[in-house]
Design a protein around this ligand. Structure first.
Ligand SMILES: [Zn+2]
Ligand SMILES: [Zn+2]
Length: 316
């Protein structure tokens, strides 16, 4: 099932990639982990790993490039991971989300890459946001797209169907298996979508104050509005002016909860919460599983998110 590149070519490609990424150290072009019985899939971060594992089942061996408990936006690739990208039979990534992964794929692996951002048009970065007319105008550059597509379960289901097709092309003997598993997953994701629609139908508030604007797809799907403390990337430092605006918004909309994330520091959210007399709670953007949610998966974390939202927004 696995076609190996000739070792010398592989080493050369690895060296070129390493030079390009500016990574120091020796090359480790071992093919460890490569399993001839299974399709070797590399996933950029957790939700893509979840899809590949659910749809691939025991026919695939999935490697997640993001470390557990680490924020994946700013992932940097080490030599071993570059080797995994070079060796993979299929690379599942989201173009525009992890620049280091985009670059590695551009250099090596374009034909083996499946870009989940290309399945359906992405929302503009401002979609699902909260706007009184001008307040976000200076924060989002024109044409910026929001990559957090996995937080709409129906979109994730559609991506899953396409991934099944792609796996079927890589491994035609088991194409039917992939299609069947994608259909099962679609049923579960549609059930989750129904729970969100029902659970968030009647609420006293619809604005959510979140640490970074990861929730555009979720807020658009379920008619909520997000007020982000930082922008699309959690590493952006909010300006004092932005903090003041968010604090004012939280007051104005009577927010009882300021949300923070498992993989970034809660400090700013705590400051705003203290300021307005609100609580803090975790709303997980599922960019990765944290150490505390071992044994959880996309579906269970999303259900926890739903309960958190229902409490914070006083939904009936
Ligand atoms: Zn994000
Ligand atoms: Zn407002």
């Amino acid at each position: 099932m696995t076609f190996r590149t000739a070792p010398r070519v592989l080493a050369t490609a690895t060296a070129a990639l390493l030079a390009l990424a500016g990574v120091a150290g020796c090359t480790t072009d071992d093919a460890a982990g490569a399993d001839p019985e299974r399709v070797d899939v590399v996933a950029g971060f957790y939700p893509l790993q979840f899809l590949a594992e659910r749809i691939g089942g025991d026919a695939v061996a999935v490697t997640n490039l993001a470390r557990p408990g680490a924020e994946p936006h700013d992932l940097e690739l080490n030599p071993r991971q570059v080797g995994q990208i070079i060796d993979a039979e299929l690379i599942v990534f989201l173009n525009g989300f992890q620049p280091a992964v985009d670059e590695a794929i551009e250099q090596n692996g374009g034909d083996r890459a499946f870009d989940v951002a290309a399945v359906e048009p992405l929302l503009d970065a401002t979609a699902g946001g909260h706007d009184h007319g001008d307040e976000h105008a200076d924060e989002v550059s024109d044409g910026a797209k929001d990559p957090h597509v996995w937080l709409d379960p129906t979109r994730l289901a559609t991506i899953g169907d396409k991934l099944a097709e792609r796996l079927g092309a890589v491994d035609p003997e088991r194409a039917g298996e992939y299609t069947r598993r994608a259909a099962t997953l679609r049923t579960e994701l549609e059930q989750l979508d129904t729970e969100f629609t029902e659970g968030l139908k009647t609420c006293q508030r619809r604005e959510i104050v979140v640490s970074h604007t990861a929730f555009g797809y979720l807020t658009q799907r379920y008619q909520l509005e997000q007020i982000g403390i930082t922008g699309l990337s959690p590493e952006d430092e909010p300006s004092p002016q932005r903090l003041a605006t968010v604090t004012e918004e939280a007051r104005e909309h009577g927010a009882t909860t300021i949300f923070f994330e498992t993989l970034v520091s809660p400090k700013v959210a705590e400051t705003i919460a203290r300021e307005v007399g609100a609580q803090t709670a975790v709303l997980d953007p599922l960019e990765g599983l944290s150490a505390e949610n071992g044994g959880q998966d996309y579906l269970s974390v999303m259900r926890t998110n739903l309960e958190t939202l229902r409490t914070a927004l006083s939904c009936s």
